[in-house]
Design a binder for this molecule. Structure first.
Ligand SMILES: [Zn+2]
Length: 543
């Protein structure tokens, strides 16, 4: 058997084994039967087992396949597997979030949420599977609690876990209320019973969490040493200090630019007044805003094709819909629901939430924000990149190149201005302001992760520099504490993509084509930039 065939075969075997132990991951991939009816083991043992599987996978690859005989795609896949394994070991043995963060419902809620919202099967089938999973939650929680027998969890995260657990009933009530009469009685009864039976287990779990607070610890920062190691593992090519300096530099430049722009848009007016003016350029009704969003995303799609910016497949569809009422409390503004890896065709849904007070329509749904959002979320941003990257092997999903995903969408904003899709100063103002927010994220992420900035200082900086409300800033910082190295990915990713572009341009000279550059990034959206660079080198050596 040739090496590529063998690689495929081994990969399929591993995937099957892995999904048996991690049925939640299968649902995310878009593989539903029989996985949608199952939950993973909640204890630490499954995480160890996952590590063992990855180790075994690599061992078998090394023993049975000569790497040099593989095609380029498989060579890349192999590298992804090895890198993912290193990252998982770091997560498990050094960050130890599985025994510091007692939130079980983030995962469970997220899982049920996508089963309910993604329209991959008839509602009754999805509800039946949701009921089956809810039936298994008490056992999962029992196993989950065993993780914390000998550990001191983080106090802040324990408090968040309590809130999440308390909000779960709300999610179940939503699902019950919005499916009544829409699925066969028998299935509705199964769901009702599952939710009822869960109540004592949920109560017990919340009491356990409250007890856990007593033995929790204040400190959540991973500290300088581990943060530096994390950056190395991600091969970002910069130390935390260099990234921090970059954030400061961007912040300073961008603020000056915003100031200048404000004076061009409305001479003599303050930043706040310019915002007010921009927000007043808005559709009259929510329905009009929805229609305008649809139209603008369609325009962006055509523009990307006509100007040869990137390849667009006609079968990839992005719908724009109002957020269903039951989801509105968890999605205050808008969200992009990406198609799963194995979904065919690739249909995404961009849902937009109707503001509670119609007077607030212009805050997020003014003409300028919608235009920038269409570029960032749809074309050529997240949707285009995600749908095309989904055509690659599932192994790529293990790569977690967040700087490529968020960096790309952010890069697109400026690109579409250079190409002439965005021409007005007001949309530019919105873009600059978003960049300021991203620059603050860099600064705050580095400082928080290293333990050099307090929670309150981070909130204060987001409010002061990026103009976030206190409430939004608190929500942001809570998330940052749990995802060290993630918030810095947006602006740093864009920065690295721009550097890479310069590098490739230099090397290719007049052979350089922007569409080639973009298509390569779009098709490899899950890879970190360091691996993208290698893909470019391979492609260039062929021409
Ligand atoms: Zn984004």
């Amino acid at each position: 058997m040739d090496a590529d065939k063998k690689f495929e075969e081994l990969t399929q075997q591993m995937l099957k084994k892995f999904l048996e132990k991690n049925p939640d991951f299968a649902t995310h991939l878009g593989l539903h039967d029989p996985y949608d009816y199952l939950l993973p083991d909640g204890s630490t043992e499954r995480l160890r087992e996952n590590l063992r599987m990855a180790e075994e996978w690599i061992k078998q690859l090394r023993e049975t396949i000569t790497r040099e005989e593989l095609n380029v795609e498989h060579k890349t896949d192999w590298e992804v597997i090895e890198k993912a394994y290193e990252m998982w070991k770091f997560d498990f043995f050094e960050l130890k979030r599985h025994e510091l963060n007692p939130d079980a419902f983030g995962m469970l809620g997220g899982l049920i949420f996508i089963m309910f919202t993604r329209n991959y099967a008839p509602l009754e089938k999805r509800i039946d599977a949701i009921a089956a999973r809810i039936e298994k939650i008490p056992k999962f929680l029992e196993e989950f609690r065993s993780r914390f027998e000998n550990s001191k969890p983080v106090k802040l995260w324990t408090e968040i876990a309590i809130e999440t657990a308390q909000n779960m009933s709300g999610l179940f009530q939503f699902i019950l209320a919005s499916t009544e009469g829409k699925v066969p009685d028998q299935i509705y009864q199964r769901l009702t019973k599952a939710v009822q039976n869960l109540q004592p287990a949920l109560k017990k779990h919340i009491e356990w969490l409250q007890g856990l607070l007593q033995k929790s610890k204040e400190e959540w920062a991973i500290g300088r040493e581990k943060f530096e190691k994390l950056l190395k593992l991600r091969e970002l090519g910069l130390t935390s200090d260099e990234i921090y300096q970059l954030g400061l530099k961007y912040l300073k430049e961008l603020k000056a630019e915003r100031e200048k722009l404000a004076q061009q848009i409305a001479p003599g007016k303050s930043i706040e007044e310019v915002f007010k003016q921009i927000e007043s350029h808005a559709p009259k009704t929510f329905e009009e805003a929805l229609t305008f969003t649809r139209k603008t995303m369609e325009e962006a799609r055509r523009f990307v094709q006509e100007k040869n910016i990137a390849t667009v497949y006609p079968e990839d569809v992005l719908l724009v819909e109002e957020t269903p009422a039951f989801l509105a409390p968890v999605i205050p503004f808008a969200a992009l629901m990406m198609p799963a890896k194995f979904d065919k065709p690739q249909i995404g849904i961009y849902i937009v939430t109707r503001p509670k007070d119609p007077a607030n329509l212009g805050k997020h749904l003014n003409y300028h924000s919608i235009r920038n959002t269409a570029v960032h979320e749809a074309f050529p941003g997240h949707f285009l990149q995600g749908a095309i990257s989904n055509r690659g092997s599932f192994i790529r999903l293990l790569a977690e190149g967040t700087e490529t995903v968020e960096g790309w969408a952010h890069y697109c904003e400026e690109l579409m201005r250079e190409k002439g899709f965005i021409t007005d100063l007001e949309t530019r103002f919105i873009q600059i302001n978003d960049m300021i927010w991203r620059a603050v994220r860099i600064i705050v992420d580095v400082k928080l992760s290293k333990g050099e900035m307090s929670f309150d200082e981070a909130v204060e900086m987001l409010v002061r520099e990026a103009g976030l409300s206190k409430e939004a800033a608190v929500a942001e910082v809570r998330r940052y504490t749990q995802t060290p190295g993630y918030p810095l990915s947006y602006l740093l990713g864009k920065h690295l993509i721009l550097n890479l572009k310069e590098e490739i341009k230099q090397k290719m000279g007049d052979k350089f084509e922007e569409k080639f550059f973009h298509d390569t990034i779009i098709a490899n959206g899950y890879l970190p930039i360091s691996m993208l660079r290698k893909i470019f080198q391979q492609k260039m050596s062929k021409t």
